[in-house]
Every structure is written in C-alpha cells, then in structure tokens.
Design a protein around this ligand. Structure first.
Ligand code: ADP
Length: 473
C-alpha cells in the first residue's frame, strides 16, 4: 500500500485542485438547481393562477348568491373552453362554500383530487393558497382560489398541474451537472498529472544526476537546462554551477594530495636510505655526512609540512584576523631578519617605506613577505642585492621585493604561483625548496583583497610586487 501513499503524496496538488473543483461545481450546481426549480415553480404557479381565474370567470352565480349545482351546471356551458385547459396533467375542481365538490374536470379519477384539508380550509376562508401533493408517482402542484360574492366566499376553484415535466427537467439537469462535474474532475486530474510531470521533469533530472554523482563520484555530470524562463531553469543552472565548483574543488584537492604525497616521498626516501647507511660500519666522516643529509631532509620535510598546513588552513577559509596591520613594520622586520640570517652575503636594502596600514592578518602577511625575501636571497648569488620597497599609490599599497639574481625565464612566469611548481627542480632541491612559497604569497595576497605580479628576465633578477588595499583606520 506504500505505493498508493506515495502516489497520493506526489499527486497532492492535482488532488487538491480536483477537490476544489468538485466543491465549486457542486456549489454552482446546487445554486443553479435551486434557481431553476424556483423559476419553473413560479411559472407553474403563474399558469395555475391564470387557469383558476379563467375557470372563475366561467362560473355563474345564482341569484341568491350561492353556487348551486344547477348554477354551476348552467355555467358549465360557459365552461366549455375549459376542455382545452383540462389537458392531460392539468386538473380543475370547483367546490361550494361548504367544500362539497360541484365539478371535477374530466381527466380526474373518481372522487376528484385528494385535496388536503388545509388547502380547502384556507381557500374557503378567502385566501389564495398553493401546495404540492403526491398523486401516484407524480407530484401535483395545487392552487386554491376563492370565488367571492358580496362580502362572502361562495366557493373555491382548485386547479392542479402535474409537476412531472418540472421534475423530469430538474432530474435531467442534475444528471447533466453530475456528468459534467465528473468529466471536469477527470480532466483536472489528468491535466494536473500531466502539468506536474512537465514541471517536475527537470527536478527529477536533478535528483537523478545527484543520485548518480553520489553513487559514482563523477562530478563532471551536468543536467540539461530546460528552455523555459522560470525558477526550474534557475534551479538547474544553479545546480550545474554548484557541480562545476565542486568538480574544480575536488580536482584541486585530488591533485594537491597527489602532489603532496609525491613531495613527501622524496625526503622520506633519502632519510630512509641514510638511516640504513648509518646502521652500517662506515668511516666517521661518511656517517657524519649521512646524518647531516638526513637532517637536511627532515628540515625540508618539516618546512613542506608547515607550508601544507598553512595552505590547508587557508583552503578551509580559516577565519583571517581583521586587524589594522602596519605594513612598514613588517618590511623593516623582514629586512632585519634577512640581514641577520644571511650573514652579509647579500646587500639587503629598503628603498622606500611609506607608513601604511592594511586590514588583515599580521602573521599571514609577515609570512607572505618573508617567502618573497627568502626566495630573493635564495635565487641571488652572494654579492647580489635584495631591495625591499613599500609605496602608497592612492588607495593601494605596493610592496616590492626585487633582486639581482638568476631571474625567471618567460615561459615559467605564468606558472610560478602554482603549487609545487619549480623552475629548475634539480637546483631548487638543493635550496630545500618546497614549490609552495609563491602559492602561499598569492593566496595570502588574494585573501586580503590584493594581488601579486612578477617582472623578471633571466640573468637580470626578478621583481615581485604585491598590491594591497590600504585601510583608512
Ligand atoms: P620554492 O620553494 O621552490 O622557492 P616558490 O613557490 O617560492 O617555491 O617558487 C617557485 C619557483 O619560482 C622556484 O622554484 C623558483 O624557480 C622560482 N622563483 C621564485 N622566486 C624567485 C626569484 N626571486 N628569482 C628567481 N626565481 C624565483
């Protein structure tokens, strides 16, 4: 029975609209029937009154003012035209003042109309009265009209008409309305079902694609965008956008994970090899060399891991601090640190250091700047120069780190901000590089609403510029 319940739930809208339609049609039908019945009955009553008047006019009154059978009989001649109105289904009866039947129309069965006492009483009391009585399987409408003499009621004319025609008309109308209601309901149910199917098709598509993706993990699937201009189209388009985004994110994560594992495998292999060597009987000098190499690789690994953690935290959109950061202080600190670590191998200078406040995260901005300075020192031969600068241009601060080092060939420039990208793997390895430094620079700059660019020529050094929005606080 659960499929019945499911189907009822699905066709809920169609069922509701069908129900509303039924109620509306039933109400309209009932009103129509009531109006029709009242109208037809009024028509019957009007015809009865005319007939009663007609009969009334045909009656002669005796000189003594009573309606005697003889008087009636003599009047019967004048009643001759009555024959034409005593057609089948139309009855006439004349009563005297005491209620005795003086005359019955020819079509009445013996004994005349079964008149209700109430009608006779009311009419003989001088009031025109109508009522409906059953005769056999028919209903008959009766109208009693008093025959008035001078100040008293002389008798009564009762005319009746079978309501057969009215009842049949109303019954046929009722059947017709019932049939029309049934048809309308069926049509509305079918229409509702069809409309729902049309409207829900894209939603069903979304569901199918979502299920498919859940089962297979294939994020490249897309749903067909319907040609209509409605919410369903928006839903389909939004769903596809979301899928594209998810696909990009998953691909990036997968690539990143593969690259990260690959990068970690290198130092691990070196460390393992060296540890194996250290377990052997080796001259002291070689042992020391092996241990030093392993230590170097451990350093590289820990740098790699901390870079990875840094990027992962940024990926997870870990909340950035939002503090005013004096950028000029970071520039001075970085230059200071470079001088002390570099032990005078390079000339580290600051050409301009405009006091600048940017809104953001001090630690991350410090890391970004240090990555640039570290690269400049790393890729510049001893004796070269590393120059730091901070210039304010209107609402933008430009932070530059320039060196006189090896530079970067043009074909590598578009890629150096990618994760794990290195211009010269063999050479970079010796420097303990991870290939993540510039990816971090780009990510931090963008997280602060800024951007980074590079200008370089092989052999003529490189200049990295980070543009950041200045805060007015
Ligand atoms: P790495 O850890 O290898 O330095 P980065 O992402 O910081 O990784 O840099 C990517 C590549 O860009 C480096 O391998 C290097 O070849 C090149 N590069 C970065 N900075 C400089 C620079 N100042 N001068 C020359 N080459 C650079």
């Amino acid at each position: 029975m659960s499929w019945v319940r499911r189907m009822l739930a699905r066709q809920r809208l169609a069922l509701w609209s069908a129900l509303i339609l039924v109620l509306t049609l039933v109400m309209i039908g009932a009103l129509l029937m009531a109006a029709m019945e009242a109208n037809l009955r009024r028509k019957v009553d009007e015809a009865l009154l005319l007939r009663a008047q007609h009969v009334g006019h045909g009656i002669t009154v005796d000189q003594d003012g009573t309606l005697s059978p003889a008087g009636v009989a003599s009047g019967l001649a004048d009643l001759a035209p009555l024959d034409e109105i005593t057609a089948p289904g139309i009855y006439v009866q004349v009563l005297d003042h005491a209620g005795a039947v003086l005359l019955s129309s020819a079509n009445l069965p013996g004994g005349g109309l079964p008149l209700p006492a109430d009608l006779v009483q009311q009419t003989l009391a001088g009031r025109q009265t109508t009522t409906t009585i059953p005769i056999g399987r028919e209903r008959v409408r009766l109208l009693g009209r008093p025959v008035l003499g001078e100040a008293r009621v002389l008798g009564a004319v009762i005319v009746g008409e079978s309501l057969h025609f009215l009842d049949v008309t109303l019954r046929d109308l009722r059947r017709l309305l019932g049939l029309a209601t049934l048809l309308a309901v069926l049509l509305s149910l079918a229409g509702g079902w069809w409309l729902r199917r049309q409207a829900m098709r894209p939603v069903a598509d979304v569901t199918r694609v979502a299920r498919d993706i859940a089962a297979t993990g294939r994020f490249e699937r897309r749903i067909a965008i319907p040609q209509t201009q409605d919410e369903i189209r928006d839903l389909a388009a939004t769903f596809n956008e979301m899928l594209a985004r998810l696909e990009r994110t998953f691909r990036r994560q997968r690539d990143f994970l593969a690259d990260a594992s690959h990068e970690l495998r290198g130092p691990l292999t070196v460390i393992r090899g060296n540890l194996d060597l250290l377990q052997m009987d080796l001259p002291e000098a070689e042992r020391r060399e092996g241990a030093a190499e392993a230590t170097e690789e451990v350093k590289r690994m820990s740098r790699l891991v901390s870079d990875l953690l840094f990027l992962a935290a940024e990926d997870a959109e870990e909340r950035l601090e939002h503090q005013p950061v004096p950028l000029h202080e970071l520039v001075s600190a970085a230059a200071e640190r470079a001088r002390s670590l570099d032990a005078g191998q390079h000339a580290v200078t600051i050409i301009c250091n405009d006091p600048t406040l940017v809104q953001g995260d001090r630690d991350r901005l410090g890391q970004m700047l240090w990555n640039l300075v570290e690269n400049a020192l790393r890729y510049t031969e001893p004796g070269g120069t590393v120059t730091l600068g901070l210039h304010n241009h209107g609402p933008v601060a430009e932070l530059t780190v320039a060196d006189t080092g090896v530079g970067i060939p043009a074909e590598h420039l578009p890629h150096i901000f990618e994760r794990f990208y290195r211009v010269d793997r063999a050479r970079s390895h010796g420097h303990g590089s991870t290939g993540l430094g510039l990816a971090i620079v780009k990510q931090v700059a963008e997280a602060h609403g800024g951007q980074v660019r590079v200008r370089s020529e092989p052999g003529a050094g490189a200049t990295f510029t980070v543009a950041l929005p200045i805060t007015s606080d």
